[in-house]
Structure formats: structure tokens, C-alpha cells
Design a protein around this ligand. Sequence first.
Ligand code: BTN
Length: 237
Amino acid sequence: MIIGSKIYRFDEVDSTNEYAKSLIGKAPEGTIVLADRQTAGKGRFGRSWYSPEGGIWMSVILRPPQMSLMSIIAGIAICETLSCYGVLPVIKWPNDILLNKKKIAGTLVEIVDDALILGIGINLNIRSFPEELKDIASSVFLETKKHFGEKMIYQTLCRELDYFYMLLKNNQVSHILTKWRNYTTMLGRDVIVVLPDNKMLTGRVLEISNEGALIILLPTGKVERILAGECQLKLVK
Ligand code: BTN
């Protein structure tokens, strides 16, 4: 297995992604940084990520042949892992993992030189969230009322990540996308996409490309290919 070729485990770090960055050039591919809690966990778009004890906070150093599919692979691996234990989440493009419409996991990909840091956060056994997150975030424990051992979930996740990473290395992209389609709620749905420059687009999701881009049909009839952004499902009137 490449994933977990070397493991750095901490009770506490600022951010496993930041620690992993400091290892680039010194650590082999597949090196994992794992922590019980983070004091400065990072989310996408410069947001902070609530990371107390009870979650899975980890980062992996990778050198994938195709960087853009990594967050999709991580999302699939998280869903496959939880599915092994009877928990059935869905993926909201590009990287939100939802259970009962609340976010229970996310991934943060950072590219440094020729390496990629894949950060994964799973709100596994977290019992409560700060007031400002309560409406949007939750944990597997809060949604299922079941406690799943962190070590067990972490080990399954490494296995699943390794499996899908090998598919990517062997250029079996169609198999990855088929899996992704099983977990997404977005195909054929009307969505609002907020682009990194805060521009908003509305359209219908047609497909996800082999590079992980969301392909949407705009009301004008134009087809747009979106590589990064945040997506909301449009409410049906
Ligand atoms: C997001 O959905 O905004 C991404 C969240 C990613 C959180 C994980 S927790 C482990 C790793 N270290 C970090 O600082 N962030 C990622």
C-alpha cells in the first residue's frame, strides 16, 4: 500500500496540512500526518475548520498523475468507508460529504511544487458544534446516534484511498467517475455555483468531466465547464 507508507501521529498540531507541507521533499509518497485535534484546522477558501477530539484529521502527501481528480477520489473513499459500516452519505461537488443534508466531512487539496497535500476531515464522533456551525455541520455520531471507532474508520479510509489512488495511477478514470456518480445527488439537478471570484452561475448539471470539472448547461444554452467553486442545489419551486 502506498497510502500510509510512513505515518506521523500527533495528539495536537496546528494543521495536518501545514505539517505535511513541511515534510515535502523529505517524506515518501503516501506519508500520512494524523492528529487527534488541530488548533488551526483549515477549510477551503481560507475558512477555519473545527477540529476537536473525536474527528479524523489527516493529510496525505501524494504525487498523482492527475491532480484535479484527487478531491473526488477522497470524497469517494470517505463515502465507501462509511458505507462499509452502514452509513450512507452523499457527495456535493466538489468535496462536501453530507449526511441528512449536513456536512460531515470535507477535503482540502493543496499543491506545492510537484506534490499534492490531500487533507481529509471527518466529523466522526463530535458531540456538539459551535452555534455558527450548527445549521450546516454535523457528525456521524449526531446523525446516526452510533459511535464508530476512530482507528477502525481511519484504517478503512486508508485502504479505500489506496484502492482509488491505484485506479488513478492505472488510468482507470471511468471506474472512478462511475463510483462518484453513485454518491452524488447533483446529476440532472439545477444548481447555483459560486466561483472562486464570487461570480455566480445558475444551470443544470450535465456531467462531471474526466478532469473532475462540473459540466453545467446555462439558461442561455451555453455549456460551461467549472473546475473550482462551491455548489448549492436550487430549491424547486
Ligand atoms: C472544507 O470542506 O472546507 C475542507 C476541510 C478540510 C479539513 C481537513 S482536517 C485535516 C486537514 N488539515 C487541515 O488543516 N484541513 C484538512
